[in-house]
Design a protein around this ligand. Structure first.
Ligand code: ADP
Ligand code: MG
Length: 318
């Protein structure tokens, strides 16, 4: 069995483009970073446990991708520029094939978003991955959940429910299998580019990980407002459009693992925002608006919509 040192050097110490802010990266007792003057450090952490956050059969390449993707999604939701991350890895055994694939999935996404691995920890036990990601933002640009105001327009950055449908397809082999849904479950693409742009306009933002309704409710609670959703405008991919309407909407409203951004834009800036989005060749979908006179979420037909997010302590949807 190679030493922990060999393992780290072989799989997790890839060359990076020079970053003068990293004074010391992998190899010392801890990393030393110089946060640029005038910038805010944004920090987020997510743990990934086999059988809880991903099916045991998930390919290691996808595990590497997704463990970092969900952290990058949190940085995007804050409007932060990805900078550095640490990796705490617990492995049941030393398996070179597994490590090679995992490392490649992780490195490919890290290099794509120019985020540098600066340290971590490696231990033996049941498979678990914790990534702590750090990003930088201008103080006035950090996107919080708490700023949504009356009449703000609500947007999402992509179709919803695909990952939840993909998980259902893996768990119930009798369902028609659409590879694009499984791809979305395994390889969510963090909306870093959207996050950069949204920071100039949005009054609130978060990334959807527990279902649209549950996560929208977080914005509403923090902002002390209500919301109206236009259900016919909820964006659905082709596979979901083929399903019966009720099932597709259940995936889109309450399914998990979307990693799309949900944000609010003041009505008076809506046109300017949509023009800017188009210029950048980015896509966003308007799905409703904020209403300070109602509590919770209703549909445009006045039907109350109750969040059913995933709760780890209760088990499934509560
Ligand atoms: P210590 O015993 O001081 O905690 P370790 O032997 O755990 O140090 O780690 C040695 C160096 O390797 C440290 O710089 C640490 O941040 C880094 N490191 C450990 N595990 C990982 C990993 N999975 N990915 C990246 N860096 C790691
Ligand atoms: Mg250690």
């Amino acid at each position: 069995m190679p030493s922990e040192f060999d393992l780290i050097n072989t799989w997790f110490n890839w060359p990076n483009t020079a970053d003068s802010a990293v004074i010391t990266g992998i190899g010392d007792d801890a990393a030393a970073l110089a946060v640029p003057a005038g910038k805010q450090l944004i920090v987020t952490s997510d743990t990934f446990i086999a059988g809880v956050h991903f099916p045991h059969e998930t390919k290691p390449h996808a595990i590497g991708h997704k463990a970092l993707a969900v952290n990058l999604s949190d940085l995007a939701a804050m409007g932060a520029e990805p900078a550095w991350f640490t990796l705490a890895l617990t492995l049941p055994a030393y398996d070179e094939t597994w490590l090679g694939d995992f490392s490649l999935g992780l490195k490919t996404l890290a290099q794509h978003h120019n985020i540098q691995l600066i340290g971590g920890d490696t231990t033996r036990g049941a498979l678990s991955i914790t990534i702590t990601a750090m990003g930088l933002s201008l103080p006035e640009k950090a996107l919080l959940r708490s700023g949504a105001k009356h009449d703000d327009q609500l947007y999402v950055t992509g179709t919803l429910g695909d990952a939840a449908a993909g998980l259902a397809m893996l768990q119930q082999p009798l369902l028609t299998r659409y590879e694009s849904c499984i791809e979305q479950l395994d390889y969510p693409q963090p909306r870093v580019q959207h996050g950069r742009m949204i920071g100039d306009y949005a009054t609130s933002c978060l990334d959807i990980s527990d279902g649209l309704l549950a996560d929208l409710q977080h914005i509403l609670t923090a902002s002390k407002v209500g919301a109206v959703l236009d259900l016919v405008r909820i964006p659905l991919s082709k596979p979901l459009q083929h399903m019966d309407k009720k099932t597709a909407l259940r995936f889109a409203l309450s399914g998990g693992d979307d990693y799309e951004l949900l944000f609010s834009i003041p009505l008076e800036r809506q046109k300017e925002f949509e023009r800017h989005i188009q210029q950048q060749s980015l896509i966003c979908y308007g799905i409703g608006h904020i209403d300070q006179h109602i509590r919770g979420i209703i549909s445009s037909e006045q039907q109350p919509l109750t969040p059913k997010g995933y709760n780890h302590f209760i088990g499934t949807n509560h």
